[in-house]
Design a protein around this ligand. Structure first.
Ligand SMILES: *Cc1c(COP(=O)(O)O)cnc(C)c1O
Length: 354
């Protein structure tokens, strides 16, 4: 820390991304990326001719991409906002809709960035405890008079909340934004998109990082009422108008043209996930019934941390969280069937040695 950092940031606890080690080649099941490459159309969209145009700024309005997204999701152009990864939308939303007067409420076990942004923007936030089965208690979010932030399916549990519950939350907080982070919705669970017409306080956040195999391109989008999208634009044009680079804009539009490819990838991931659940049961694991592209699992024979460390020694990376409430668990990203079989082979070996 330098002597120049101003006081309010001195105690900031930054987000810890999943590790990206370089010491050897791992079977990487730790950051919920897609195991499948970007589609051929995406690859072809980044031509040498387009790369030469990097001397020019990208379109700050991101018009082509937003038109495609609007058409694909059956909403108006004005209902779409795009960003440099969905983390940026979360950041803008915390900046725009949460603060000291308007607090926020989100689950005490969820995506780690909510708390980081809460701290960064001095938000008066509450972390509502999940029930003992790791499901969300909808009562914690009714009439709260705060901005509500919920990942559906939730991370790292993979469990979904029903649309009925989301609607109850929307109805009971008409003066607050209800942000539903649908990072994993393409793998299971029900999108709350149909509720958009009825509720102007619904803010749906999506990402290309998981289901569209583009984590490296950094692209996210939001779908909401025109007024909420206007607010996000106000923040964007006050921080970084050119927040998405030219190549990512092209790739993002091309991906929509190849939705069949991505739908198939998601279907395969969901099938592999169900296969993995069966194998985990056979190996004596308990796990939550995930709708996402990861499984949150534990085994009585070995602590979460030891299992994570032993897997790493064996060339397989999964995610372990030190938070006491979930320290028995690891979060395993669903990879290809072949990657999962390596995981299970190494797991059998590890379990036979404890
Ligand atoms: C991965 C993830 C994000 C962030 O995605 P990016 O678009 O890569 O910034 C947001 N929310 C949840 C719940 C996630 O798991």
């Amino acid at each position: 820390m330098s002597k120049f950092l101003i006081d309010k940031y001195k105690s900031l606890e930054a987000y810890t991304p999943g590790e990206q080690p370089r010491d050897m080649k791992y079977v990487k099941l730790n950051t919920n990326e897609s195991p499948y490459p970007a589609s051929k159309k995406v690859v072809d969209s980044i031509s040498a001719e387009q790369i030469e145009k990097l001397n020019l700024y990208p379109d700050p309005e991101c018009r082509e991409l937003k038109l495609k997204l609007a058409e694909y999701y059956g909403v108006e152009y004005e209902n779409i906002f795009v960003s440099n990864g969905s983390d940026e939308i979360l950041s803008f939303a915390f900046m725009a809709f949460c603060g000291e007067q308007t607090g926020a409420v989100f689950p005490n076990i969820s995506y780690g960035f909510y708390k980081v942004y809460g701290d960064l923007y001095n938000v008066d936030y509450t972390q509502a405890a999940l029930k003992s089965d790791f499901t969300i208690d909808v009562n914690d979010y009714l009439n709260v008079n705060k901005t509500v932030v919920i990942a559906n399916p939730n991370a790292p549990t993979g469990l979904s909340i029903s649309l009925d519950d989301i609607e109850k939350i929307l109805v009971s907080n008409p003066d607050n934004v209800v942000l539903i982070d649908e990072a994993y919705i393409d793998f299971g669970g029900l999108t709350c998109l149909p509720l958009l017409k009825k509720y102007d306080n619904l803010l749906i956040v999506r990402t290309y990082s998981k289901s569209r195999s583009m984590a490296g391109a950094r692209l996210g989008f939001a779908i909401s009422s025109k007024a909420v999208i206007d607010d996000l634009n106000r923040i964007k044009y006050s921080t970084n108008p050119y927040n998405i680079n030219r190549l990512t804009l092209l790739a993002g539009a091309a991906a929509i043209d190849d939705s069949e490819y991505y739908n198939n990838c998601c279907k395969t991931v969901a099938e592999t996930r169900e296969y993995a659940k069966r194998r985990l049961s056979e190996l004596g694991f308990e796990y939550l019934d995930s709708d996402a592209n990861f499984i949150f699992a534990r085994n009585d024979k070995i602590s979460g941390e030891d299992y994570y460390l032993k897997l790493k020694e064996n060339g397989v990376l999964v995610r372990h969280f030190s938070d006491q409430k979930i320290t028995d668990y690891v979060r395993i990203t669903v990879g290809t069937r072949a990657q999962m079989d390596v995981l299970f082979e190494k797991t059998e070996k590890i379990l036979s040695e404890v």
